[in-house]
Design a protein around this ligand. Sequence first.
Ligand SMILES: NC(=O)c1ccc[n+]([C@@H]2O[C@H](COP(=O)([O-])OP(=O)(O)OC[C@H]3O[C@@H](n4cnc5c(N)ncnc54)[C@H](OP(=O)(O)O)[C@@H]3O)[C@@H](O)[C@H]2O)c1
Length: 304
Amino acid sequence: MGLLFQTPRARARRLVGRAPDAWTSPLRGRTVLVTGASSGIGEATAKAAASRGATVLLVARRREELERVRAEIEASGGRAAAYVCDLTDTADGGAIDLLVKNVLDEHRAVDYLVNNAGRSIRRSLHLSYDRFHDVERSTAVNFLGPVRLTLGLLPAMRAQRFGHVVNIVTWGVQMKAPKYSAYIASKTALDVWSRIAGRETYGDNVTFTNMRFALVRTPMSAPTELYRRLPGLTPDQAAARVVRALEDRPLTTGTVPGRLGEWFNLVTPRLSDAAYHRIDRRVPDSRAARGEKTGQEHSGADRT
Ligand SMILES: NC(=O)c1ccc[n+]([C@@H]2O[C@H](COP(=O)([O-])OP(=O)(O)OC[C@H]3O[C@@H](n4cnc5c(N)ncnc54)[C@H](OP(=O)(O)O)[C@@H]3O)[C@@H](O)[C@H]2O)c1
């Protein structure tokens, strides 16, 4: 029964002005592993969780960026450790297995996992016929990697009868926007996998949240010219929502337009195809998606 009312109770407490603060947060004294902690939403989330009293485990590929984030957290009185890992290395005995082993050896269990690392690809089908690797790469980092990591950490969570996993997905899961087939399909796979996993781990007090974010202004969204004209959250605003999801443990979080889009797709699917098709024709691919240099790429990623 406790879990059934966990989120409504947490919301009610916030409504009556009893939101958790740095001293009363359920994150205090807990271990929070954040993937993609070297920039954007992940970096801001790691800092916000550390300021709530959690020990934060920072995971990404760029060691120097992870060390910078770790040093900044420690300089403000927080606790953090950095782990370099390429989350596309899902081989048996590969980088993710090694990460799980090191983390469990050093911390016994992870209480909260934020599957945030990811890559976004916005590219039309007609530019993708010879780019099957777009599908492979987005599936590797947005679905297979997080699932392998979660599977590695779940046994210890279930054994201690506490754990919460937050997945940073996208409102595209609800909208199904053209040009994002590779990206949205991989995020949808993680969204659905976690929903089903949560049904199996419910009895062990291990829960999942899928966060369906709209636009957040980060290095990932920067190269897409279209986004510069649209409203978006700052990484700190997004991180505040992630921390709230860690504390309140809802099943999903999202936006009103995302919910309306989901409803539109369910109730009038063909009309929704016609509307999206018109939008797709009016909004071109970005220069990066067409293979032109933008000057905003950073190492190891060809985000578009
Ligand atoms: N920005 C948005 O508008 C938006 C909207 C909805 C959802 N999201 C999702 O939010 C998440 C965070 O993105 P962001 O916007 O904060 O972008 P970002 O600043 O580019 O951060 C992406 C993070 O993922 C890490 N990463 C990428 N590939 C990795 C790999 N193979 N192994 C380990 N780490 C890897 C990067 O670190 P390294 O390069 O150091 O490895 C980086 O820390 C993503 O999952 C994205 O899909 C973003």
